[in-house]
Ligand binder design. Structure first.
Ligand code: HEM
Length: 446
């Protein structure tokens, strides 16, 4: 039995103290010393960090059938999300992907581009010049409204209660995933009671929405219509309300916090790199940016790619082997938790020059296989990747054309880059407040 190397740690808690202090940094530190595959001791449990692109490719792509999501993931997000695409396995996973993919294809995303731009324009217009905004919460609210309108054909103005309920739900899910060890949901703790309340409130809204849609029987091309219209190939049975509820919750969650984090990092990085901002504003020119313009905006697309390299919102996910197996010359037990982190690989100096620097032009060349995977890979590749890339590019272009968002607490008006906090998504470790200045006042170089 050949075990992967284990970094030294506390006699009882193992590597848990470093990981709890700053998990993103701790995983990078371990990789810098041990490379490819490391065993981390987390108190009584072990986890394995996979940091070698070829091994990650084996796990996510070529040997994907030998793995599933870990029990830990299922426990920490399963209560909130139920059995949606993120947690389903095997045949049910393949079936749900087949149903959901068409509504997220490039053509369908293109049809939503004007809605995305209009919502971004409205958001910018709602910020009074000189006001201070909490960037992450503004982006989270905007991307949630985009998901509602573009994927579920919902106009939240009609239902502000739904928006409020999803925000509470996302906060509660972050709470659940932030625990070192998931607590059983039957435990009568204050946190569990609050989570139950929040889930029940959103459930009531979502089931009412499903009932309304079933009653109108209007066949649209949005994701909710696709879920309602889907029929089992063998039995002809439709998806149940619970199955549709689980997919709605999954997309509410997977589809808005990730893009919101990416947009927040993008605006923060551009504020800290005025030279790139100036080139970007020149490239964007005057008129509004549409989907058709995107192929002609290479710097914008490279900025999006570089943001997702430096701060991949889905920074950590996992897999678990279905049987004892051998990987990279080491033996791994069945049921082990294998951590896969785009953040660690994207910041590894073995694969990237000056990995901590914001250099969008590095994407003039395609990255090598396995060195860049902000959307994962293989059969579980992010189903919303085209939607997310388009959304981020369009929203970013709309915002930077109109306003400068300068970090309100930055010394001498210039941002120092913030450290990330590794929660369910990778987000700034402190609240990022920005001052809004219209671009005409700020000048191109703002
Ligand atoms: C910047 C934005 C986004 C990033 C970085 C991101 C990243 C990821 C990653 C890395 C995975 C794979 C996780 C794994 O293999 O365990 C994933 C899966 C998923 N994403 Fe995204 N995502 C983003 C936006 C979206 C959007 C907009 C949607 C919805 C429209 C979405 C829906 C999903 C779903 C449903 C899955 C599960 C797919 C499956 O297991 O088959 N994501 N995402």
């Amino acid at each position: 039995m050949v075990r992967p190397p284990t970094p030294p740690g506390h006699w009882l808690w193992g590597n848990l103290p470093e990981v709890r202090r700053d998990m993103p940094q701790a995983l990078r530190d371990v990789t810098a010393v041990h490379g490819g595959l490391t065993r981390l001791r987390m108190g009584p449990a072990s986890m394995y960090l996979l940091a070698e692109p070829d091994l990650i490719h084996e796990v996510l792509v070529t040997r994907a059938a030998e793995f599933r999501k870990s029990n830990r993931t299922r426990q920490s997000i399963g209560w909130h999300l139920g059995d949606g695409l993120v947690t389903l396995e095997g045949a049910a996973h393949r079936r749900h992907r087949r149903i959901m993919q068409p509504s997220l294809h490039t053509q369908r995303v293109a049809a939503q581009a004007d809605t995305i731009v209009a919502l971004a324009e409205q958001r910018v217009a709602s910020w009074p010049p000189g006001s201070e905004q909490d960037l992450l919460s503004e982006m989270a609210d905007l991307t949630l409204r985009i998901v509602c309108a573009a994927l579920f054909d919902l106009r939240p103005a009609e239902d502000e209660r739904l928006i409020a309920a999803v925000h509470d739900f996302a906060a509660s899910l972050n709470w659940a995933t932030g625990r070192a060890f998931p607590l059983p949901r039957w435990l009568p703790s204050a946190g569990n009671r609050r989570a139950r309340e929040i889930i029940n409130t959103l459930n009531t809204q979502v089931y009412a929405l499903i009932a309304r849609r079933r009653a109108t029987a209007a066949a649209g091309a949005d994701l909710l219509s696709m879920l309602l219209a889907a029929r089992d190939a063998d039995t002809g049975a439709p998806l149940s309300d619970v199955e549709i509820r689980d997919e709605l919750m999954t997309v509410f969650f997977a589809g808005h916090e990730t893009s919101a984090a990416a947009l927040t990092w993008a605006l923060h990085l551009l504020d800290a790199h005025p030279d790139v901002m100036e080139r970007l504003r020149e490239e964007l020119g005057d008129g509004p940016v549409t989907m058709a313009d995107l192929p002609r905006l290479p710097l914008l697309l490279r900025v999006v790619k570089e943001v997702l390299r430096l701060y991949p919102p889905a920074w950590l996910f996992d897999r678990s082997p279905l049987t004892d197996l051998r990987l990279g010359g080491y033996d791994l037990p069945r049921g082990a938790t294998l951590l896969v982190s785009p953040w660690v690989v994207h910041r590894d100096p073995r694969w990237w020059d000056a990995p901590d620097e914001f250099r969008p032009d590095r994407f003039a060349d395609e990255p090598s296989r396995g060195h860049y995977f902000p959307f994962g890979d293989g059969p579980r590749l992010c189903v919303g990747n085209r939607f997310a890339e388009t959304e981020i590019a369009l929203v970013l272009a709309t915002i930077v054309r109109r306003v400068a968002l300068v970090r309100a607490d930055a010394p001498a008006g210039r941002s120092m880059l913030l450290r990330p906090a590794g929660e369910a998504t990778l987000r700034p470790g402190v609240r990022l407040r920005v001052t809004v200045t219209p671009v005409s006042e700020a000048g191109n170089g703002a």
